[in-house]
Design a protein around this ligand. Structure first.
Ligand code: AMP
Length: 192
């Protein structure tokens, strides 16, 4: 089966979620945000939500084992068979390795990994203006630290696989979307 899988990487506040939603609509593929799925689970009080809440509130990563089945089930759904955008997963090297194995197992591929790069000052300002429950200053600092310690190594992982594209996330929303679309378009145009 051929599909077009995209992964969005970048620090919290880089605009990943916003851009992933726009690109998903443009290319007609589902936007899969693990943060969004966890917030929904917390809001509806599911077992997953109850287990995840304290980590999300503190800005820590939720334990991998809570995410793995979630991702597997989501990628197996009908709407994900032609492609998808993963936003917020993988968040550490173990998740990246899990994803590789899972994709092989379910005969899907990840075509490219888009890394949105933005400076720290920019990030804190953006996050503080967003007003989400986990967007207070203390949690923001924790999330940035967690990002640099645990998530940033994932960039090198995909760089070694030669499917990483780094895009400057600081221009306007429209300019960033255009830059992303230019990288992504060939993966949708070329027959596989
Ligand atoms: P996000 O919406 O991507 O910023 O995620 C919000 C929060 O959800 C993070 O701070 C983590 O607590 C949790 N989270 C989201 N995705 C993951 C993941 N792949 N692994 C572990 N925790 C995650």
């Amino acid at each position: 089966m051929s599909n077009s899988g995209l992964i969005f990487l970048g620090p919290p506040g880089a605009g990943k979620g916003t851009q992933a939603a726009i690109i998903a609509a443009k290319f007609n593929i589902p936007h899969i945000s693990t943060g969004e799925m966890l917030r929904e689970a917390i809001a509806s009080g599911t077992t997953l939500g109850q287990k995840a809440q304290s980590y999300v509130d503190k800005g820590e990563l939720v334990p991998d084992e809570l995410l793995l089945d979630l991702i597997r089930d989501r990628l197996l759904q009908a709407d994900a068979q032609q492609g998808w955008i993963l936003d917020g997963f993988p968040r550490n090297l173990a998740q990246a390795e899990f994803l590789d194995q899972l994709l092989t197992e379910i005969s899907q591929t990840c075509d490219c990994v888009l890394n949105l790069q933005v400076s720290d000052e920019f990030l804190v300002a953006r996050l503080l203006s967003r007003g989400r429950k986990d967007d207070n200053e203390e949690t923001i600092r924790r999330r940035l630290k967690v990002y640099y310690e645990q998530t940033a190594p994932v960039i090198g992982y995909y760089q070694n696989k030669n499917n990483l594209y780094t895009i400057d996330g600081s221009p306007t929303l429209e300019e960033v979307t255009a830059a992303l679309a230019q990288v992504i378009k060939p993966f949708f145009d070329s027959p596989k």
